[in-house]
Design a binder for this molecule. Structure first.
Ligand code: TYM
Length: 338
């Protein structure tokens, strides 16, 4: 059976990379995976680094609103926050006992996030990729649409699923396929074309947030770093020009075309012209999403209802998997134990 699972951390500053690298692709996949799409707001992952409780709750509602405002239909798909289904934490523990430390030591995201103060990082930050494997394997998802930066975590999820299946000589877990596609699998910072656009970048000029209004979007694009040359007429001319490549990629993704088409249209023209066109396009695509997000976040009762309904539906699927896993592992259930 084909099933999608994906998620976003409610850590604030939802940005263009999240939208183009993930959410927008999910919207397009809903049709093909009819009634088998699960989109999570991964709040258990968020607390692997310190969070303010009130902000975490507000950000969870904001990500939910972004999913719906972008076109994910809560009736067709399951939308829920991870902590409402305790099976995520339970399966993560079981998988923690099957994931060698050496595999986790290789994860580049942990190294980046923990930095030089590795010993001070929480155990949860180290085990983060195992929780991610649990998210996916719990629903036996076949396809996981994500941006490029999650590829290594997905490979680990496949390795953990394989190790578990082999250890217990069973086929409890489906090996998930990463789905990394579109013109913007890695949106870069507007201030540095070699760094990923990220929620945690201290410079607000580095990213376009989904909460930005038209003026903020236009200002950020106007101030985006570029080089002095004109745009090339073919994508090969973008080589060695990371900032130009990033802006062309963003334009292509927003317009739903490839980079070659953007180069054909703007080749030989300067960045002033190109940035004006890019601003207009970004505002045209993002404004309706932003406006709908605002409307939805003003109605927390509705958002909470969507999450509760989603959690009930997700929980029903998760509990079937967990019953099987408990049996495979040899845990007595209350009835067996009585
Ligand atoms: P997170 O919250 O960092 O990012 C959410 C999604 O946005 C994509 N993304 C980007 N895509 C293109 N360019 C960028 N600059 C950019 N920044 C972020 C990410 O690739 C991701 O698809 N570990 C995950 C959340 C997670 C998850 C899961 C995902 C937890 N469990 C299970 C899939 C399946 C994360 O931190 O995403």
């Amino acid at each position: 059976m084909k099933r999608i699972f994906s998620g976003i951390q409610p850590t604030g500053n939802l940005h263009l990379g999240n939208y183009l690298g993930a959410i927008r692709n999910w919207v397009g996949m809903q049709q093909d995976f009819d009634f088998n799409c699960i989109f999570c707001i991964v709040d258990l992952h968020a607390i692997t680094v310190p969070q303010d409780p009130a902000e975490l709750a507000a950000n969870t509602r904001e990500v939910t609103a972004a999913y719906i405002a972008s076109g994910i239909d809560p009736k067709r798909c399951i939308i829920f926050n991870q902590s409402m289904v305790s099976a995520h934490a339970e399966l993560a523990w079981v998988l923690n006992c099957h994931a060698p430390m050496g595999w986790l030591n290789r994860m580049t995201q942990f190294k980046e996030k923990a930095g030089k103060r590795r010993d001070a990082a929480a155990v949860g930050l180290f085990a983060y990729p195992v929780l991610m494997a649990a998210d996916i394997l719990l629903y036996r998802a076949s396809d996981v649409p994500v941006g490029e930066d999650q590829k290594q975590h997905l490979e680990l999820s496949r390795d953990i699923a394989g190790a578990f299946n082999r250890h217990y000589n069973c086929e409890a877990f489906v090996l998930p396929e990463p789905r990394i596609f579109g013109a913007a699998t890695r949106v870069m910072s507007l201030r540095d074309g070699t760094a990923k656009m990220s929620k945690s970048d201290p410079s607000a000029w580095s990213r376009i947030n989904l909460s930005d209004d038209a003026d903020a979007i236009a200002q950020k694009i106007r101030r985006a770093k570029t080089d002095p040359e004109a745009l090339p007429s073919e994508p090969a001319g973008l080589e060695g020009r990371p900032e130009a490549e990033n802006l062309v990629g963003i334009h292509a993704a927003l317009a739903g075309v490839d980079e070659a088409a953007v180069c054909r249209e703007f080749g030989g023209r300067g960045f002033a012209d190109f940035k004006a066109a890019l601003s207009e396009l970004a505002v045209e695509v993002l404004s309706p999403v932003t406006a709908e997000m605002r409307r939805l976040t003003a109605d927390p009762g509705y958002i909470d209802g969507v999450l509760a309904d989603g959690a009930a539906r997700a929980g029903a699927i998760a509990s079937v998997t967990m019953s099987e896993i408990r049996k495979v592992v040899g845990f007595l259930t209350p009835r067996q134990g009585a």
